[in-house]
Ligand binder design. Structure first.
Ligand SMILES: Cc1cc2nc3c(=O)[nH]c(=O)nc-3n(C[C@H](O)[C@H](O)[C@H](O)COP(=O)(O)OP(=O)(O)OC[C@H]3O[C@@H](n4cnc5c(N)ncnc54)[C@H](O)[C@@H]3O)c2cc1C
Length: 387
């Protein structure tokens, strides 16, 4: 058992930290205040991140990606947590793993451009009537008289929809069958609805999408008919670990450091507030919980690298990391007092941005229910490494 980071991992961390501090953090306030990232800034940070080899780190090297192991990738994703969602997407890319199931002409049409960053992809599963129950969707694709797929239905809350050139869309292709299609923006019958304003992560658009008799060619089907959804849900496990688990730990780390600095600097009753035991409890609990969440994230990534099934561990990570972040930002508001609530500092923004982590990529309740059902079935193997 070796818990140490190796030299390459330390170098990646340093490079990402410097890039975020120099290129991304200076853009955060304007992004928050205007709710939009100018094209020129998006192009610049994308080009600079690519030059440093930081784009699409999760994709195989032979496709032009970073070719990182799951553990190395997670170490990087944790650092991404130190900046805003939108800036991460534009600088480092959000190339979804399900695209790795592309075959034949699909590789040139969708996978490679996504890895290069010339085309952006969003994932679209949720509908107004189907969220946690992802299999309860109404969007459907049927073959027409010429044997081509015709897509009908709608989706909502689709992150990054405005910037996306194509969408991974789940659709029913039979009574009890769901498939996944790659749908290009601009196809006749495909319209983009409103950007649904959110409590936090300002700057990232969340769109409604409508499909009205959108005709798709055969190459748009990802994986086999009826299997694409399963493939996508499997591949999304690692997305959950990276984009929620690791980033939540990074975000909590960032906020905790600010909280500690403030507790050292701020004086009341002629002493620093860090000397008050009730403040110390908030600091100590945050430090303990962040460490626990981080090791759980790293362990789940290590399991994936060993070829082990980490589904339950990732469900545990999703709950622990998201809820740790929630508790840490809440304590940060408290430790900063009025300044934690005031827009002159970013603490209130971190508080709002954190709330979604318990909801997207499966709510805490859904993941708890997966864990409980598995524990009831499998017993101690879920929490005792000696079994
Ligand atoms: C900012 C943001 C970005 C998003 N990005 C995307 C995206 O890019 N692509 C995409 O496809 N989707 C996206 N989503 C959708 C997101 O994944 C869903 O919101 C989430 O899965 C929950 O679904 P819901 O909102 O319909 O809530 P519901 O499923 O209606 O849940 C409501 C409540 O009921 C609880 N509940 C539901 N079922 C159960 C159960 N079986 N047991 C216990 N409790 C239960 C939930 O935990 C929750 O508390 C995004 C959402 C937001 C807000």
């Amino acid at each position: 058992m070796d818990f140490a980071l190796n030299d390459e991992q330390k170098m990646m961390i340093d490079t990402i930290r410097r890039f975020i501090a120099e290129e991304l953090q200076p853009l955060e306030d304007a992004l928050e205040n205007t709710g939009a990232l100018p094209d020129a800034d998006a192009r610049r940070i994308h080009a600079k991140a690519r030059d440093l080899g930081l784009y699409a780190l999760n994709m195989p090297a032979e496709l032009g990606g970073g070719g990182l192991s799951n553990l190395d990738r997670i170490v990087c994703e944790e650092q991404f947590g130190h900046t805003s969602d939108m800036l991460i997407r534009r600088a480092f890319g959000n190339v979804y793993e399900p695209l790795l199931h592309c075959k034949g002409e699909q590789v040139e049409r969708w996978l490679k451009p996504a890895v290069e960053g010339t085309r952006t992809c969003a994932i679209t599963i949720t509908e107004s009537g189907a969220g946690s129950d992802a299999a309860g969707i109404k969007t459907n694709a049927k073959r027409n008289a010429e044997g081509r797929w015709v897509l009908n239905g709608s989706k909502h809350f689709i992150s990054d929809g405005i910037w996306s050139d194509f969408f991974l869309v789940s659709a029913k292709t039979g009574e009890k069958e769901i498939s996944m299609f790659m749908v290009d923006k601009g196809l006749p019958g495909f319209t983009v609805g409103k950007d649904q304003a959110m409590m936090g992560i300002r700057g990232t658009p969340h769109l409604e999408l409508f499909f009205d008799n959108v005709v798709l060619d055969d190459a748009t089907l990802l994986g086999e008919q009826g299997q694409g959804f399963k493939l996508a849900m499997g591949a999304l496990n690692v997305v959950r670990l990276a984009q929620v688990g690791a980033r939540a730990v990074g975000k909590a780390t960032h906020v905790c450091e600010l909280m500690l600095n403030y507790a050292n600097d701020r004086h009341q009753f002629n002493t620093r507030i860090g000397d008050f035991q009730m403040v110390q409890q908030m600091l100590a609990d945050s430090v303990i919980e962040i460490n626990a969440a981080r090791w759980m994230v790293y362990h789940a990534a290590w399991m994936l690298d060993q070829g082990l099934d980490a589904r339950e561990q990732i469900a545990m990570v999703k709950v622990l990391a998201a809820e740790t972040l929630g508790r840490v930002v809440d304590r940060a508001v408290q430790v900063f007092g009025g300044m934690g609530f005031c827009k002159e500092l970013p603490i209130e923004r971190y508080y709002r941005d954190a709330r979604i982590y318990r909801i997207f990529d499966g709510t805490s309740e859904i993941h708890r229910s997966v864990i409980a059902k598995s524990a009831l079935k499998k017993g101690a193997v879920l929490f005792d490494v000696n079994r």
